[in-house]
Design a protein around this ligand. Structure first.
Ligand code: UD1
Length: 383
């Protein structure tokens, strides 16, 4: 009989929690073989706690690192310091990190310093530009270099890793666990009007999220000005709903430009279930988020990606998302196309799902068990 395999999950922001949650739940299915140690850094506070509650996850450790207007260096330094004691005390067999946040990179570095096996969920996404998105592109590239088991969500991610020289047998094509997460909640009933006041069902609702650091300043102002212009010229037909990220830099610009408009609803960040319901109720989505680019195609909602580059080209190739940049006039034109040209809207709103089949967590946990000799069988690839 093997001793139990100790799997340490480290995450700190809302999107990491959403994508790690189904993997933690999968580990719970093997209580005789696997043991999870859940460490949250608390890089996000309120936004993280909402997700933990939704998926009923109680962390074993919470580093509580969040501070107002924290710098990236502060995040990394506090994560490294906090994780050291926990890794030394818990002796995990493997540390799992997700994606490209500074929490993920710090935990990967800490695992390396303590010579722990590292698994990287959502490995292999790339834009090829060091500063787009910033600091995420380098966070994920550096993490790949520290990783032993790469869990790539798509074929393209596998190709990226292969072209950088990572060994084939250390890469598992798993699909993205965000699809597992959304499938866990999408059919649950929920009354949206409880959470978001002022939704007008007679208008086409455009859901907006913005938070990227590389958009701070002029691009963020341009994005907001574009929304303002559309809201004024389509005052009777359209309503924008914008759940605001907690980041004060984002809030300042958003409320200055959009705060006083009748058909723009600004609300607090939503819990995962109401947010999924809001996506479902939207006519289309305007976002710079990564996770939403993966979730929206599953529920057949067109996405305009307000960024210069994306590491998620699959939905763009499938025709359900479009990269529209951060220039005001272009954003306005693309919104108008979706509002005014039904054929264009129809084409973009077909449901397609290049990111997963809901079994990514099963494959990731299967791959970990395979790596440590708990099973001879390598998990079947996502296709
Ligand atoms: C972080 C990640 C980014 C990810 C995003 C998802 C880094 C450097 N950035 O960006 O990759 O896409 O999360 O949302 O890892 N705040 C709160 N409460 C919260 C969350 C944030 O008050 O629940 C405030 C804090 O004052 C903080 C600021 O928002 O200083 C920014 O948060 P931070 O984690 O530094 O970066 P994000 O922009 O959220």
């Amino acid at each position: 009989m093997f001793p139990k395999l100790r799997i340490m999950f480290v995450f700190g922001t809302r999107p990491e929690a959403v994508k790690m949650a189904p993997i933690i739940k999968e580990v719970e299915k093997f209580p005789d073989m696997l043991e999870s140690i859940v460490v949250v850094t608390g890089q996000h506070r309120q936004m993280l706690d909402q997700v933990l509650e939704t998926f009923d996850i109680k962390p074993d450790y919470d580093l509580c690192i969040m501070e107002e207007s924290q710098s990236i260096s502060q995040i990394v330094a506090r994560c490294l310091n906090g994780l050291e004691g926990i890794i030394l005390r818990e002796h995990p067999d493997i540390v799992l990190v997700q994606g490209d946040t500074s929490t993920a990179f710090s935990a990967a570095l800490s695992a390396f310093y303590h010579k722990k096996t590292l698994g990287h969920v959502e490995a292999g996404l790339r834009t090829g530009d060091k500063f787009e998105p910033y600091p995420e592109e380098m966070n994920r590239r550096l993490t790949s270099n520290l990783t032993d088991l790469h869990f790539a969500p798509t074929k393209m991610a596998v190709q990226n890793l292969r072209s950088e020289g990572f060994a084939k047998n250390h890469i598992y094509l798993t699909g993205n666990p965000v699809i597992d997460a959304i499938k866990m909640v999408v059919d649950k009933p929920y009354d949206l009007s409880k959470m978001v006041k002022g939704i007008d069902k007679n208008k086409k609702m455009i859901l907006v999220t913005v938070h990227r650091r590389e958009s701070f300043g002029a691009p963020m102002r341009d994005i907001c000005e574009a929304i303002k212009e559309i809201s004024l010229s389509y005052i009777d037909q359209v309503q924008f709903v914008l759940p605001q990220h907690k980041n004060p830099t984002v809030r300042e610009t958003v409320s200055e430009i959009l705060g006083d408009l009748n058909n723009v609803v600004l609300c607090e960040p939503l819990d995962y279930l109401p947010f999924v319901k809001l996506m479902d109720a939207a006519y289309f989505i305007l976002t710079d988020s990564g996770g939403i680019q993966e979730e929206a195609p599953l529920i057949g909602k067109p996405v305009l990606v307000i960024r210069e580059k994306t590491e998620r080209p699959e939905a763009i190739m499938a025709g359900t998302s479009k990269l529209v940049g951060v220039k005001k006039d272009n954003i306005i034109n693309e919104i108008k196309l979706l509002l005014d040209k039904p054929a264009h809207y129809e084409k973009m709103s077909k449901a397609s799902n290049p990111y997963g089949d809901g079994k990514a967590s099963e494959r990731i946990v299967g791959a970990v068990m395979h790596h440590f000799g708990f099973t001879d069988k390598r998990p079947e690839e996502f296709s």
